[in-house]
Design a protein around this ligand. Structure first.
Ligand code: BGC
Length: 711
């Protein structure tokens, strides 16, 4: 289809329709005016509904085919609807939540997950997924940290990039591929107090250095769409923020794809107090460069008049509509409006055995062993009891998995039993007060107690912020009880954010499993029994208490840094808690024991066009086969702008056979030594840098190198 010619044939009203995204029920009910709640306020006539350009969320192929058919029957120009949905960590085969996935430090797994998600989602006629979420956050109170990839820009970049490749592959037109919409632009994760939808107030420097790289990586990887965020940036709601949508996105990053608002966020500009009503919101949106309006109707109701009155140039509308039509063309929808949607294929492909196996493999790499005083892997000779609500719960899919079905998952109880663990006693009581004398008698017979506890799946995700991060509902009392009874205690945690774990530290072992998806407990059983070794490492710091937040590894030194071992009252610290987190970024244990020795560099000095090799010997000192994540950080000692004490620059995940020793090498180039300044440019300064390599952010070997001028 020639987009220009098509655009010329459309009336203004038809063009504006392309910028509207609404839910499927508008079409199916064919309501003249919608019936309930906020939706009613969209004031959409049937005519307007059948001019809209895209649909938000779809249940299955049957529903999609029905709506597309109904729509095309009425469509004068035969422009198909675009179907978009939130496929965040799997369609029906559910994978670990993104925060868990990032703990694998294996971006290739993100590719695999996105690929399977695309193949499954497409059978129901989904063309665009609102994923990946590239929002960096340093605040575990924010429920949406579960949807992101942690606190580090380099890791986020690596993961979102692979997600985009996985969804779209080389040619998004090919069957099995869907377009990726990166979100939420910009800095949604920097909300104050971790309270969802709250204010964001950032320096330009922090915006460019910390928060923007993730979105940019997705755009550079080819993401076809970007979604604006609910928050303000520099006091202007992101959805109408010209600086974000034009200066940065179009001018600096050369993005040519589609921008879309978040749910109702164009209308919410009114609630932000930045527009007097929907009419002004429409004006501000189109001027700022917002293309599609999701779930509000400012454009549909006011834009035509604004164009007629010459308040808005028709060119702005044409640009936006042109981008939407181009996306439809790129997806191949003009040739095949039902692309991929197939009730038959849905039955075979979705939640297939192969997909579930892939999910299990990813889950195995995403769990993090936080603490282990020898209780894991389980000793076959011990009598094991299993207690806590998650002994029987199957809700391991986590937030944003609405096509998935938790009922199809297996509980920890059943996977442990089928994994050969002879459980002598099982109780799903939530805390000590729910146990009676008989329970205590049974527990008394055990040598080791597994305590499966955490947050419910409704305690993280969108609109699920918290001010307290303790393990809820006094579940920690189960750990205390078992310890009082002198049992070995293994805690298996299910949760969507870093929690304050001070109340369960007396446990011998703690396995952080987040929400690992459809095959969570199968993977957990393999890890607990030692058939596989845990290999995940944290991508977000675990605070000691809520008052420490934000606590993150790549902080600045400050002018009065606290130096461990040197007492000085007037330095940056708390009277009542250490500065360090409880479990730091990059931390995660294995059943194998690794030693790191002999960090070397191939030369001490290099100029910006040179490279150098950084090497370290890593040895597996055990008879256990395992994966290990080797992390490389850098510190820029002196520069015009204060620099973090360390910043992750490279990482590798390597497989080690029993007692195997390997030399791990990293090629260091100028890109590992640059920084982003407050206008978004990548710059460097000559001088001394520290290179740190090790198994976690607080356990590294260090060496200095110098960046020198070219001759
Ligand atoms: C969320 C987005 C999501 C959208 C559509 C919004 O409330 O913030 O992440 O893509 O809904 O479901």
């Amino acid at each position: 289809v020639n987009i220009k010619e098509l655009l010329n044939k459309l009336t203004t009203e038809e063009k504006i329709g392309q910028l509207l995204q609404i839910a499927p029920f508008f079409f199916v009910k064919e309501a003249e005016i919608e019936v309930q709640g906020e939706v009613k306020d969209l004031y959409l006539s049937s005519k307007k509904i059948f001019l809209s350009g895209s649909v938000l969320g779809i249940r299955n192929a049957e529903e999609m085919i029905k709506i597309q058919k109904l729509y095309l029957e009425r469509s004068k120009h035969q422009i198909p609807l675009l179907f978009m949905a939130d496929i965040i960590h799997g369609y029906e085969t559910i994978f670990p939540v993104p925060l868990a996935l990032s703990c694998s430090w294996n971006p290739k797994l993100a590719y695999d997950m996105a690929r399977i998600s695309a193949v499954e989602a497409q059978t129901s006629g989904i063309h665009v997924t609102f994923s990946p979420m590239a929002d960096l956050s340093r605040d575990p109170r924010w429920g949406r940290v579960v949807e992101g990839f942690g606190e580090d820009p380099e890791l986020i970049k690596a993961f979102v990039e692979q997600m985009v490749y996985g969804y779209q592959q080389k040619n998004v037109k090919d069957e099995g591929n869907i377009a990726s919409c990166v979100k939420h632009f910009a800095a949604y994760g920097a909300i104050e107090g971790g309270r969802d939808y709250n204010t964001v107030d950032l320096s330009r420097l922090s915006l460019y250095q910390t928060y923007l790289p993730g979105y940019k990586a997705a755009i550079d990887a080819g993401a076809k769409l970007i979604m604006t965020s609910f928050n303000v940036v520099d006091g202007i709601p992101a959805t109408i923020n010209k600086h974000l949508l034009r200066d940065i996105l179009r001018d600096q990053w050369k993005f040519e794809g589609v921008t879309i608002s978040d749910y109702d966020s164009l209308h919410q500009v009114v609630d932000h107090g930045c527009a007097a009503g929907d009419e002004e919101a429409s004006l501000l949106g189109i001027q700022a460069g917002l293309d599609i309006e999701m779930a509000s109707s400012c454009y549909v109701r006011y834009l035509a008049k604004q164009i007629e009155d010459h308040e808005v140039e028709i060119g702005l509308l044409d640009e936006a509509v042109g981008r939407v039509l181009t996306l439809k063309e790129e997806l191949g929808l003009f040739d095949n409006p039902y692309k991929g949607a197939s009730i038959e294929k849905e039955l075979v492909l979705v939640r297939s055995k192969e997909h579930l196996e892939a999910s299990k493999k990813i889950a195995l790499e995403s769990a993090v062993l936080l603490q282990n005083n020898g209780a894991l892997p389980l000793n076959r000779k011990l009598k094991v009891a299993l207690i806590g609500p998650y002994s029987k719960l199957k809700t391991t899919n986590g937030p944003w998995s609405w096509h998935g079905n938790n009922d199809l998952n297996h509980s920890l109880e059943s996977t442990l039993i089928s994994g050969g663990v002879d459980l002598i006693y099982v109780s799903s009581a939530e805390n000590e007060s729910e146990l009676n004398a008989n329970d205590s008698n049974e527990l008394e017979k055990a040598d080791l107690v597994i305590v499966a506890i955490g947050e419910s799946i409704r305690e993280s995700g969108e609109a699920h912020s918290k001010s307290m991060l303790d393990i809820p509902r006094n579940q920690a009392s189960l750990v205390r009880l078992a310890k009082k009874m002198k049992k070995q205690v293994v805690v298996v945690l299910y949760n969507g954010r870093p929690l304050c774990l001070d109340t369960i530290l007396e446990a011998d072992s703690i396995l952080e499993t987040w929400f690992l998806g459809s095959m969570a407990n199968e993977a957990i059983a393999l890890l607990l029994t030692g058939k596989k070794s845990p290999s995940g490492k944290l991508t977000m710091s675990f605070p000691r208490n809520v008052g420490q937040i934000p606590v993150y590894y790549n902080h600045l030194t400050t002018g009065r840094p606290k130096v461990e071992g040197h007492y000085n009252e007037y330095v940056s610290y708390y009277l009542d808690v250490e500065n360090s987190p409880l479990f730091p970024f990059g931390h995660g244990l294995s059943y194998a024991t690794f030693t790191y020795e002999g960090l070397t560099v191939s030369k001490e000095k290099m100029n910006p066009s040179e490279q150098m090799t950084v090497s370290i010997r890593v040895k597996n000192n055990s008879e256990i086969e395992a994966l290990e994540i080797i992390q490389l950080y850098r510190r820029d000692y002196v520069s015009k702008i204060a620099k973090p004490v360390k910043e992750l620059k490279q990482f590798k995940k390597e497989h080690f056979k029993p007692f195997e020793e390997k030399t791990i090498s990293f090629e260091l180039s100028i890109k590992d030594l640059t920084y982003i300044n407050d206008t978004g440019e990548n710059v460097y300064e000559y001088g001394k840098f520290q290179i740190m390599v090790g198994p976690s952010s607080i356990d590294t070997q260090n060496i200095d190198i110098v960046l020198i001028k070219e001759d």
